[in-house]
Design a protein around this ligand. Structure first.
Ligand code: TXA
Ligand code: MG
Length: 312
């Protein structure tokens, strides 16, 4: 299959209406979309990504009104999050509407909903005329794509179209919050920080992950480049004998073959997945990544680093 790279939200939306897939940009990472009401179309996502079928998919809406097509109830905590953070880099778990097939929710009775803030993403969803189920547009287990080039690299030849947008502003996936219980629970950290969430809704529980995790996707290995990822305090912690390595951190490593030097935690988040991909392209064996304070978006960065460095 030839994959078109298009500037037209309408052209990409046409594929969704035909029951096909279309990748599209958001302010977090690129998504791989299908009609959320069409179980057959959603099935194509799992095949293209090589994604385990018990990992549920976020449903994207173009307006607050459209949330009622996706969820059967909007809980008080959800109302607060919607009014404070929608549209934005945050997804909420709610009881699902009947029309949403189990293929989307991995068999769960809940659904995860997000309204992206990138205008092009909302224009695309509105042109589809239906809510759009979309995981990140990468091969399952790989770092999420933050440019249309990354999407082409992973899914070129497997999907009909990629809607071209700007490089993603945040570079890490949305914050995921379970809003089905009275006390909301943070399932995945993202650009909307725990501190901001607490300010908006009061108490927030924190999911510890593991087998009983409410966000089934978190049990899989994620965000991982081919290279081994090692978290270090600073570039000084890297062994002198180490050759041909990559380094990302606030300080400089003179000896690194490839390096990235973000100035802030937000820049770190924005560069991280792209840096993983660049390192793989250069066949780097080890990536050293400086640990940062787990506050604000730093929490999301550390969550990704821990995931990427585990299991190898
Ligand atoms: O920024 C993002 O969230 C991007 C863009 C495309 O929106 N999407 C994304 O999707 O990262 P994905 O599939 O890679 O991650 C979705 C996460 C997974 O950890 C999944 O388990 C969780 O959301 N999730 C989805 N539906 C859920 C549900 N009903 N209950 C609990 N967790 C759910
Ligand atoms: Mg993903």
């Amino acid at each position: 299959m030839e994959t078109r790279l298009s500037n037209s939200a309408k052209e990409a939306a046409r594929e969704i209406r035909k029951g096909n897939l279309a990748a599209f940009p958001t302010e977090t990472v690129y998504g791989l979309g299908a009609n959320a009401f069409d179980a057959r179309a959603v099935g194509k996502i799992f095949i293209a990504k090589g994604r385990p079928s018990d990992n549920p998919i976020i449903v994207h809406v173009c307006s607050k009104k459209q949330i009622t097509q996706v969820a059967s109830a909007i809980t008080p905590a959800a109302k607060k999050i919607i009014s404070r953070f929608f549209p934005g880099p945050i997804s909420i778990v709610l009881p699902k509407a009947k029309k949403i097939p189990k293929a989307v929710t991995g068999g769960l009775n809940t659904v995860c909903v997000r309204m992206p803030s990138l205008p092009l993403a909302r224009k695309f969803i509105a042109s589809c005329g239906v809510p759009v189920a979309a995981p990140s547009a990468n091969i399952s287990g790989k770092p999420s794509p933050t440019t249309c080039k990354h999407v082409m690299h992973d899914l070129g030849g497997k999907i009909p179209i990629v809607l071209k947008g700007p490089p993603c502003r945040h570079g890490v996936e949305s914050t995921v919050v379970d809003c089905t219980k009275p006390v909301p629970r943070l399932l995945r950290s993202g650009a909307i920080s725990l501190e901001e969430l607490e300010k908006a809704v009061g108490e927030v529980e924190i999911s510890k992950g593991g087998k009983a995790a409410l966000s089934p996707g978190m049990k899989y290995r994620h965000y991982a480049p081919k290279a081994k990822v090692v978290i270090v305090k600073s570039s000084k912690s890297i062994s002198k004998h180490q050759r041909h390595f990559a380094y990302i951190g606030f300080d400089v490593s003179k000896d690194a073959t490839l390096s990235a030097r973000p100035k802030t935690a937000s820049q770190y988040a924005k560069m991280l997945f792209s840096f993983f991909r660049k390192s793989d392209a250069k066949k780097i064996g080890v990536i050293y990544a400086q640990s940062i304070a787990p506050i604000g978006i730093g929490r999301a960065v550390m969550e990704r680093l821990h995931k990427a460095s585990s299991g190898k």
